[in-house]
Write a protein that binds this ligand. Structure first.
Ligand code: MSP
Length: 645
């Protein structure tokens, strides 16, 4: 592939249910990245789609009295409609039931079989029906599925296997030699951890038709269908013409970025690379696993009835505000919390207040004091220095953030530039200049604020395309520049002298704040009591005493409950090159799953202790107030083993 081309994919979603905020997030993120790369003038291909085979779909269809294909045709529309509503600009939508996909899967299977890469054998193991995966006895947690914690069934059957195990050393070397291949770093470490500690077995790629009919029939045995993951992963190449359209395939493969959630890391970081290697194809440049959206601190689940429907948020606050929140509030790679209260707080502060105010102020000033005509350009002077610096920093940082997958960080720089715009406006007091008749300075202030707005609206365009189109149109930007290009955003002068500034309604009307939830209100009276406590004299320590405590960052690799201890979790940590085990009293606040991959802070020179018969080597730091407890983490990505200074 031409290095400057950008090919991005989302996971293909199961069509067994309605899409929720998790699906919306991955797709919006891919859309934002695709749009940013277009803005950076790169040729871009963005793929999403649906995963339509397998037991889950067969079961969901049977429950509703439909054939599996009828079920897929009905449910796929919900995804396609949601993507339209969310402004998703995918270039293709692949469905794994389409012949363009199924024929390629069959060709790959036949080729592997002919080359002895697939063989038949007998398989005995523990099978998780919802995840459609086999596990060994050792993988199980409390005799349940280690992924979804649901019960598993013991099965033995004739199966076909892909010789995945033979690629173990190759894969370890590849990951070690390509630090960008699996991102973020803690997911790369997690993959290397299980590849180095466990023997990689062969992959069972068949399901007997007597148990599961809904799948791609194996070309060499009509009694079997293909394991859904082997089928699904191939979408990333079948969609761009593998074995069908060489020119298209060579234009886009290898993919630049497979965007996935952390829940499907192993299938992408182990199954997929070994399959590609067996096909003799180059690896995708990056497989990026993002964190999960939690509701408050809790995992979203149907049984808890806390699943957020993206349509509800969009109907209430608009598509663009929803896209913005998802992008600004998640540090890519870590989990993030979604609550309507957090949403409204950020919406009011950054969109209604910072951005909304700046646009309204500039537009109404120009309309009132300059007859709606943009004043002529004047070179920026000392007064404009901070404004120009903050805005140009935002351009540079946003471009860097796209490359390093830190969209939230890039957006924070854009908001800083907007705040600088408001500060400049307040400092220069254009309303007073209008009164005193200093029209020259007035023109200069209005024009420079408008240029700042042009640039920040361009930087925000990939995240909020509809609202930024509105704003850019108001600023008199010609239609061929509404979708910005980075070159034009890097120039301070970009608007046209004498452009007409249109009348505009508020972009983001203020939303009613959401009241504290019940639990928080109950905690309120305690706050007053603890206020006085804060004022109590404390025992002062010297800097030497502080220096005795050694603190380091650690990545959580494994977390599990301690049997018969409701409050305790046993954590396995990676601290630089070293592994450590600690026992922590945080089980009431964190589910084990939630912790995997988190970077926390640990006291590493604490004397070992034995808690409930388990050795604990260190202590983690957490902030505690009333009934709330949150772990202390770092403000951004940093490798484990970093010392806290
Ligand atoms: N069909 C497989 C993927 C095959 S890719 C070759 C699958 N589908 S899924 O419908 O279950 O969607 C999984 C994806 O949805 C996750 O990997 C993640 O991208 C997204 N999310 C689902 N729940 C999520 C959250 N709560 N938060 C963020 N994203 C999550 O797995």
């Amino acid at each position: 592939m031409n290095e400057s081309n950008f090919y991005i994919t989302t996971p293909i979603y199961y069509v067994n249910d309605i899409p929720h905020i998790g699906h919306a997030y991955t797709t919006i993120l891919a859309d934002v990245l695709a749009r940013y790369h277009r803005l950076l003038d790169r040729k871009t291909f963005f793929l999403t789609g649906t995963d339509e085979h397998g037991q889950k779909v067969q079961q969901a269809a049977a429950k509703r009295g439909h054939t599996p294909q009828e079920h897929c045709d009905k449910y796929v529309v919900r995804f396609q409609d949601l993507w339209k509503r969310l402004g998703i600009t995918n270039d293709d939508f692949i469905r794994t039931t389409q012949p363009r996909h199924t024929t390629i899967v069959k060709k790959i299977l036949q080729d592997f079989y002919d080359r002895g890469l697939i063989y038949s054998g007998s398989y005995k193991g523990w099978y998780c029906v919802p995840d459609e995966r086999y596990f060994t006895e050792k993988d199980l947690v409390d005799h349940r599925c280690p992924e979804c914690h649901r019960p598993v069934e013991e099965l033995e059957e004739k199966s076909y296997f892909f010789k995945m195990g033979q690629y173990q050393d190759w894969l370890i070397n590849y990951i070690e030699e390509h630090p960008d291949f699996i991102q973020p770093e803690h997911r790369r470490q997690e993959t290397l951890g299980f590849l180095k500690n466990d023997k990689l077995g062969d992959l069972c790629i068949s399901r007997p038709k007597k148990r599961l009919e809904w799948g791609i029939e194996l070309p060499f045995d009509p009694d079997y269908v293909t394991y859904v993951w082997f089928d699904a992963l191939v979408n990333y190449i079948s969609a761009v013409g593998y074995l069908a359209d060489d020119e298209k395939f060579n234009t886009w493969w290898p993919a630049s970025c497979h965007l996935i959630g952390k829940d499907i890391l192993r299938t992408h970081s182990v199954f997929w690379p070994t399959m590609l290697h067996a096909m003799g194809l180059p690896m995708p440049k990056t497989i990026f696993a993002h964190g999960w959206w939690l509701v408050g601190d809790t995992k979203m689940s149907k049984s808890l009835q806390n699943v957020i429907n993206p349509m509800d948020m969009v109907d209430k606050y608009g598509v663009d505000a929803f896209r913005y929140f998802l992008m600004a509030a998640m540090n890519l790679g870590l989990d993030a919390s979604f609550t309507e209260k957090l949403f409204v707080e950020r919406y009011n502060a950054e969109l209604a207040n910072d951005l909304g105010n700046l646009s309204l102020r500039i537009v109404s000033m120009i309309r009132r004091n300059a007859n709606g005509i943009l004043p002529d350009y004047q070179e920026p002077g000392e007064d404009e220095k901070e404004l120009v610096d903050a805005t140009m920093t935002a351009v540079k940082e946003m471009s860097a953030a796209v490359e390093s997958m830190q969209i939230d960080k890039g957006l924070a720089f854009v908001i800083t530039a907007i705040r600088e715009g408001n500060r400049y406006f307040d400092k220069m007091k254009p309303w007073a200049l209008a009164k005193t008749g200093d029209l020259n300075t007035l023109g200069r202030v209005l024009r420079h604020t408008a240029e700042c707005l042009r640039i920040v609206s361009g930087l925000l365009y990939p995240v909020m395309p509809a609202k930024m189109t509105e704003l850019r149109t108001t600023l008199g930007i010609p239609s061929d520049d509404i979708m910005p290009s980075i070159t034009r955003l890097s120039n301070w002068k970009g608007l046209q002298d004498g452009a007409t500034i249109a009348e505009a309604a508020p972009l983001f009307p203020r939303a009613d704040p959401i009241k504290e939830d019940d639990a928080q209100q109950k905690a309120e009276p305690k706050k007053a009591a603890s206020k006085n406590k804060d004022k109590q004299p404390v025992n002062l320590v010297t800097i030497d005493q502080v220096g005795k405590v050694k603190l380091k960052t650690a990545t959580v690799i494994k977390a599990e409950k301690v049997p018969e201890a409701d409050k305790l979790l046993k954590l396995q940590l990676q601290v630089g090159d070293e592994k450590r085990q600690i026992v922590a009293g945080i089980a009431e606040f964190y589910a084990p799953d939630q912790l995997i991959g988190m970077t926390i802070v640990v006291i590493v020179n604490l004397k070992p202790a034995v808690i409930k018969g388990i050795e604990s080597n260190g202590m983690l730091l957490a902030a505690k107030k009333g009934k709330a407890l949150r772990l202390v983490t770092t403000d951004g990505e940093i490798a484990s083993g970093a010392s806290i200074e």
